[in-house]
Ligand binder design. Structure first.
Ligand SMILES: Nc1nc2c(ncn2[C@@H]2O[C@H](COP(=O)(O)OP(=O)(O)OP(=O)(O)O)[C@@H](O)[C@H]2O)c(=O)[nH]1
Ligand SMILES: [Mg+2]
Length: 193
């Protein structure tokens, strides 16, 4: 079909970062929602990292993200989100600064069995004053904690949204993206400062 300039619509594109600790489900999340084949940069997890990044909670996991995940989702006709998933292993954290450049907000995926792995991401976004929300990735058979308890454990203010997601589920992950988009846009508005 011929391209009709008159059909072109002004659509906004924006960048959201999917962060969190090792194995929290970032790559899974981006793959679940992306409408393009997500770009992944996975490498086999080696024994060398076993002492640093424990695999006990996700025994099926054999690979880890070494650079980033990249995906895209059109939230409505006028809003396109570009998703950048961070690497989780500590030795790749130096890449986060580049990955977050230009982002309007971030989702921190949390595995409550390894809550302590979430602190570096929380510190990172608080320090950079980038709006973020916490999404508890509810793994099958894992413990369940109310959002308020997770917020307290992460010493987050009341204003930081804490929600539950299933990173494998497109609808659930999309809802989380809508939530961070709304939160980030509200944070940008002058009345919120
Ligand atoms: N049951 C269940 N398994 C999940 C869920 N999300 C991710 N997984 C599994 O958990 C493992 C880790 O998921 P990844 O998406 O690779 O995690 P990641 O955060 O990208 O990991 P790194 O890039 O290594 O930090 C994989 O084996 C997934 O299949 C979930 O919501 N429920
Ligand atoms: Mg990954």
């Amino acid at each position: 079909m011929a391209y009709e300039p008159s059909e072109r619509r002004d659509s906004a594109s924006t960048k959201i970062v999917i962060a969190g600790g090792f194995g929290a489900g970032k790559t899974t999340f981006v793959a679940a929602v992306s409408e393009i084949m997500p770009l992944r940069t996975e490498a086999m997890v080696t024994d060398a990292s076993a002492a640093v990044d424990a695999l006990d909670a996700t025994p099926g996991k054999s690979t880890t993200t070494v650079a980033m995940d990249f995906g895209r989702i059109t939230l409505d006709r006028d809003l396109v989100l570009y998703l950048f998933g961070t690497p989780g292993q500590r030795r790749f954290w130096f890449m986060w600064d580049d990955l977050v450049r230009g982002a309007i907000g971030a989702i921190i995926l949390v595995d409550v069995r390894r809550l302590q792995d979430s602190f570096p991401a929380v510190d990172f976004f608080e320090h950079r004053k980038l709006p973020f929300l916490v999404a508890i990735n509810e793994f099958d058979g894992g413990p369940r904690y109310p959002a308020d308890e997770v917020r307290r454990a992460l010493t987050l203010p009341e204003s930081t949204p804490v929600i539950a997601v299933d990173a494998r589920d497109r609808k659930s992950a999309t809802d989380a993206l809508i939530a961070i988009s709304e939160y980030a846009l509200a944070s940008l508005s002058p009345s919120s400062s």
